[in-house]
Ligand binder design. Sequence first.
Ligand SMILES: *Cc1c(COP(=O)(O)O)cnc(C)c1O
Length: 386
Amino acid sequence: MEGKRIYLSSPTMHGEEQVFIKEAFDTNWVAPLGPNVNNFEKELAEYVGISHAAALSAGTAAIHLALRILGIGQGDIVFVPSLTFSATCNPIVYENATPVFIDSEEDTWNMSPAALEKAFEKYPDAKAVILVHLYGTCAKLDEIMEICARHQVPLVEDAAESLGSTYKGKYTGTFGKIGIYSFNGNKIITTSGGGMLVAEDEEITKKATFLATQARDPARHYQHSQIGYNYRMSNLVAGVGRGQLLHLEEHKERKKAIRAQYQSAFEDIEEIAMNPLNPDGDDNCWLTCMTIREGCPIIPAQVMDALEKEKIETRPIWKPMHLQPVFEACDFVTKEGFKSGLLAGGQPESVAEDVFQRGLCLPSDIKNTQEDMEKIIGIVRRVFGR
Ligand SMILES: *Cc1c(COP(=O)(O)O)cnc(C)c1O
């Protein structure tokens, strides 16, 4: 097809979404809440195997409420990976708390347990840890959870990218005191925009729902003794989510097949490595990424340019948060204590910087045809002279 664009990860709709939306229209349960919201919460909680869920307007809102519920406030230190999307750490600042960025480890690209230990040495009074499972790959959960337990600090799991990924047979998002998911347009399933907060403790999800609906005290008149938000998911949006959830397993299988195809197609190119998977997990392979071997004269921008020229969408690796102008004043901790070559204008010295500099995200849209995949693979191979 002339002019067809190949996407990184766009929404894939199936039809059931419209059935649930139609039901909402027919019963006039368009807003605010309604059966789709309750059922989406129940069905998602059942799928990941957790007791309670609260449907919200975004994953970012879910992270914000998680911090509110944990009582994070003015001046509190929160540990968060540097290599992530800004939505993971922005809510820390909403509450006037202070993010301290933690380096990644090479094995999964996620928060390094060794660097987290170092951070606790430096900031023994830290109040919470937010963990991310980047690109769908599970973090080193056993190690991170042990450290959090030893320091008696709650863990918030940002599983926005890893819905459907399991670690030792248990779904990501269900390990922490609070877990969050996102249904943004490019995630493995989407509601066009939305999020979910999950917990074993019902008090937590009840509190989330309360805060998400303007914190109305139980009184006939409108009475408020806390600051609330308008963060609830609408009944229409939840209908899309219910339809999508029916296809989550299928999406995961397709994502894994895309990764497997890239992996075998680039196996003979020693300059290319795929992003890591966690051997203790079954990762959802939300986005397949590649890195270019150190010392290779080809840089990620060349690969991205070659693909973009053919209307194929790519994306750089998330730029580490400690390198962002807005977080300039924040600390960054590596397993050596502190190492940032890029901040000094030199070569990367931390894992997060190294991955950022040498990596890129490949198109991982589950609607890609065999023809699309072969086109992408052919272009990448040619950049490497194959
Ligand atoms: C998408 C994403 C979020 C935010 O989710 P929204 O629903 O877009 O607010 C948070 N963290 C990570 C790691 C994400 O990729």
